[in-house]
Design a binder for this molecule. Structure first.
Ligand SMILES: Cc1cc2nc3c(=O)[nH]c(=O)nc-3n(C[C@H](O)[C@H](O)[C@H](O)COP(=O)(O)OP(=O)(O)OC[C@H]3O[C@@H](n4cnc5c(N)ncnc54)[C@H](O)[C@@H]3O)c2cc1C
Length: 344
């Protein structure tokens, strides 16, 4: 149970009027706001409500000053749950916190907005199930406080969804919204404690803990927010060619590296690089696809790429249907030459 009162609302709520307001989950890592949360906050501003942002974890307080320097005039309050047990963002531990914040009868939050990240996607449906509300997932446009656009069938259909539910639970696709910039706001800060927060309606949550995490660290731009991506497919044949052709081209351009599922499954690179329906969704200015056929599941991840360049030896490869520039030929010859010319 949350110990600190979430009833002492300021501003509009403090006036006793019941009016719409938005609760936004801002993900942080080691005290810094995760890039996708800046896009989430931008999406939250589109609802036109005052926003309360929630940050969690033992280093959460470090992100407060960063939040207060964001150009989000409607940011009303920053709710800090500075607890180590929430560091891993496990859905079993986040769910009671958000259930508590939203589920109180006096809560006037009309919207919960979270990034469509692993953490957001993990706890949003659980909160929905507890409150008997249908989440609206991977939103790419906010047309009004009740009307949203979201992709369906691997992005082949864009559905316009209208919700008359009392609270709208929304996850947003960060690549579809710009990030909020720096500036200032007048957000107040409230620190609350989740107490044990292991039970919901008297039912104990299963005890879950992270035993180990092996994170792939990279100096490269993060795929989800990279402006340039060089991506490799099965046409690269093996790990050695992937590394000797994709990496130098990406280094020359200062680009992030991506891959198809076929390349990941064949062990050419780590699975954190997979782009597509079951991988990352990207929206770079420049996407260079090397030896990628252009399967529908891969294209689902690059729909928002602005300029697509494809190098493939098969002129009939579907990737050429979406490419702005296509080079038909052997990537083993073209890519080293292209990298050399770009260096010059
Ligand atoms: C439920 C489901 C989810 C999936 N999710 C994803 C996903 O998230 N992401 C994803 O990528 N895939 C996904 N897939 C797999 C997808 O269907 C394709 O199998 C995969 O994208 C193919 O990867 P590829 O283009 O690297 O390989 P291929 O389709 O084998 O294409 C290789 C290409 O390389 C070209 N080539 C070969 N040699 C050369 C050369 N020397 N020079 C130039 N070109 C060359 C070939 O002409 C060919 O076009 C999913 C599939 C399913 C069923």
């Amino acid at each position: 149970m949350l110990r600190a009162s979430v009833r002492r609302f300021t501003g509009i709520r403090g006036s006793g009027l019941r009016s719409a307001s938005t609760l936004a989950f801002v993900e942080t890592s080691k005290g810094a706001i995760a890039p996708a949360s800046l896009n989430t906050l931008y999406a939250a501003t589109k609802l036109g409500n005052p926003i309360d942002a929630v940050i969690v974890g033992s280093n959460a307080s470090e992100a407060v000053s960063e939040l207060q320097k964001l150009d989000v005039a409607s940011l009303n309050k920053i709710i800090v749950v500075a607890e180590e047990r929430l560091n891993d963002l496990l859905p079993e531990k986040l769910t009671p916190v958000f259930y508590e914040l939203l589920g109180k009868s006096e809560s006037d939050y009309s919207h919960l907005v979270v990034p469509a990240s692993s953490a957001g996607k993990g706890f949003l449906p659980r909160v929905g199930a507890l409150l008997d509300l249908q989440p609206i997932c991977e939103v790419t446009q906010i047309l009004s406080p009740t009307t949203f656009v979201r992709p369906m069938y691997a992005g082949n259909i864009l559905a316009t969804v209208e919700s008359q539910q009392s609270k709208k639970l929304i996850s947003v696709r960060s690549s579809a919204f710009p990030a909020v910039g720096s500036g200032s706001n007048n957000a107040t800060v409230e620190t609350i404690s989740s107490g044990s927060a292991t039970s919901v309606n008297g039912q104990e949550s299963p005890e879950v803990r992270v035993e180990a995490s092996n994170l792939v660290t990279s100096e490269r731009p993060e795929l989800g927010s990279a402006s340039k991506i060089v991506s490799g497919g099965r046409g690269l044949k093996n790990k050695e060619t992937f590394e000797s052709l994709v990496t130098p081209l990406a280094d020359t351009l200062g680009a992030a590296i991506g891959a198809t599922r076929a390349a990941v499954d064949a062990g050419f690179c780590d699975n954190s690089l997979q782009i597509g329906q079951t991988g990352k969704i990207v929206a770079p200015d420049l996407y260079i696809a090397l030896g990628v056929s252009g399967a529908i599941q891969h294209l689902a991840g690059i729909k928002d790429a602005k300029t697509v360049v494809a190098i493939n030896k098969d002129p009939e490869a579907p990737i050429f249907q979406v490419a702005d520039y296509g080079l038909v030929g052997d990537l083993n010859e073209i890519v080293p030459e292209l990298t050399e010319k770009l260096k010059q």
